[in-house]
Design a protein. Structure first.
Length: 251
């Protein structure tokens, strides 16, 4: 299995507060990696270092390295637009643009210079199919994405990320605001997408992590305290703190 993302001695501060402590991890291609741990333990902070979304946070300071396919994303002359295209992101709350479903999906390709209607039509259909929502949207592409249900909006946001053909998809608690049926659809979608993409998902739902992930990383107080095969971690945790969390004794 090929390593697609690797961090080495990754430390992060927000002002004087240190949020990550010397995180070393290798994430494999075409797998789902779940990030778990109590609230405020650094999961989402770590996720956002991988495509430099934390650059948008004032007073954020980072030491160490994040390698994407062998290249340090915090090195000189890194094109952030290209980086965030190759490492796409889906946020906790669905955030479709206030425009049509079609224009939501076509937005990224247009920014990258795709102008022809036929090509855009192909990208929109392919992306919506990949996100398992083509059947629900094909007859209403001109309607506002904001008129769709929460679960549909989240799959539209996933389609929007896929439209620019990323290699990695970061998902920050993508089902926390959804009902169980919509959550199930997103989980099924993630399992289908890992055939072509590497997925890193932050989740508070231990059952979700056990159902869909290949690897699990357990964070506590900004430190990566355990990382390995999900089945092994959930069935025979080798760290008592992980066992406590999985058993529900951590808040």
């Amino acid at each position: 299995m090929e390593t697609i993302i690797e961090t080495k001695k990754l430390n992060l501060w927000y002002g004087d507060h240190q949020a990550l402590y010397s995180v070393d991890v290798e994430i494999q291609d075409k797998e789902i990696t779940a990030l778990i741990g109590p609230s405020g333990c650094g999961k989402s902070t770590f996720l956002k270092t991988l495509n430099r979304m934390n650059d948008l946070v004032e007073s954020c300071r980072i030491e160490g390295s994040v390698f994407f396919k062998g290249k340090n994303v915090y090195g000189d002359k890194v094109n952030l637009t290209e980086l965030r295209t190759r490492i796409g992101m889906v946020f906790q709350k669905p955030n479709p643009f206030p425009m049509s479903i079609y224009d939501n999906i076509a937005y990224g390709p247009r920014l990258h210079g795709v102008k022809g209607r036929k090509k855009l039509d192909e990208i929109v259909e392919r992306s919506l199919r990949q996100a398992a929502i083509w059947g629900e949207t094909k007859d209403c592409l001109k309607k506002s994405a904001l008129g769709m249900s929460g679960g549909q909006q989240q799959r539209i946001c996933i389609a929007r990320a896929l439209a620019v053909e990323p290699e990695v998809l970061l998902m920050d608690e993508p089902t926390s605001a959804l009902d169980p049926i919509s959550t199930g659809k997103i989980e099924e979608l993630a399992l289908e997408l890992k055939e072509n993409y590497s997925i890193i998902i932050v989740t508070h739902n231990m059952q979700q992590a056990s159902r869909i992930s290949d690897k699990t990383a357990f964070f506590l107080l900004g430190k990566l305290v355990e990382f390995g095969d999900t089945e092994q971690i959930f069935n025979s945790p080798n760290d008592k703190r992980t066992d406590d969390y999985i058993s529900g004794r951590f808040g």
